[in-house]
Write a protein that binds this ligand. Structure first.
Ligand code: C5P
Length: 227
């Protein structure tokens, strides 16, 4: 039999990574960041000078790309370490260029098909918290607990600005960040395959004005209730 699965989905910058990692630590579950996998493919596409919109060229990259993930070791600076074709890209996948193009690459059916399989393999035995956009709807529709994490665009832009500063990126205005977040959400929720969408049985949690501790405590409580 498999252990429980927690699916955490939601728009960009809602705090999914931080919250999912902390929930996993608290409940002693594995933590996996599915967005990191889409980012790794996007990094490879850009590195090879391929136009992210060119579906045929992007599809050609898929067969010979191998993504390896270290499932959330507690206390590491990033959610989890990640390699593509044996090159570590843990830090590189957070670059503004990757962030800008990832939704375009993630909208392509070949890319999604490939990553869906790999993500489902990680859940075979359960005992995992996975976060992304389509975990509750596509990857693990049978998850014991589904959370749809949201926050206002202003709040998400402020958080993104703090994240970028912490990673020593050049400053970006709140307005530009809010616009970029909106644009990514629009692409993610309007794509044909596996759009960002709240599952019917997901619990929506708006994190405006809540601390990380508050949000983690709520999810841990819901988890115990759901068993
Ligand atoms: O969560 P993160 O911001 O790292 O995700 C980056 C991008 O990867 C998202 O904007 C989305 O385009 C894509 N993604 C996805 N499905 C997931 C996780 C991420 O399409 N399950």
């Amino acid at each position: 039999s498999r252990r429980p699965i927690i699916a955490i989905d939601g728009p960009a910058g809602a705090g999914k990574s931080t919250v999912a990692r902390r929930v996993a630590q608290t409940l002693d579950l594995l933590y996996l960041d599915s967005g990191a996998m889409y980012r790794a493919i996007t990094w490879l596409v850009l590195q090879r000078g391929i136009d992210p919109q060119d579906e045929v060229a992007v599809a050609e990259v898929i067969p010979d790309c191998e993504i390896r993930l270290a499932a959330g070791e507690p206390g590491t600076p990033f959610p989890s370490r990640i390699w593509i074709n044996d090159q570590e890209v843990t830090r590189a996948i957070r670059s503004p260029a990757v962030t800008q193009h990832v939704s375009t690459v993630a909208a392509q059916p070949m890319v999604r098909q490939r990553l869906l399989q790999q993500q489902q393999v990680h859940g075979v035995h359960g005992g995992i918290v996975m976060e992304g956009r389509d975990i509750g709807t596509q990857v693990f529709p049978q998850a014991e607990l589904k959370i749809f994490l949201t926050a206002s665009v202003q709040e998400r832009a402020r958080r993104r600005q703090r994240d970028l500063a912490a990673q020593q990126h050049p400053p970006v205005s709140l307005e530009d960040l809010a616009q970029a977040i909106d644009e990514r959400d629009r692409k993610d929720s309007t794509r044909r395959v596996a759009p960002l969408q709240q599952a019917d049985d997901a619990i929506e949690l708006c994190t405006d004005g809540l601390t990380i501790d508050d949000v983690v405590a709520k999810i841990v409580h819901l988890y115990h209730q759901s068993l």
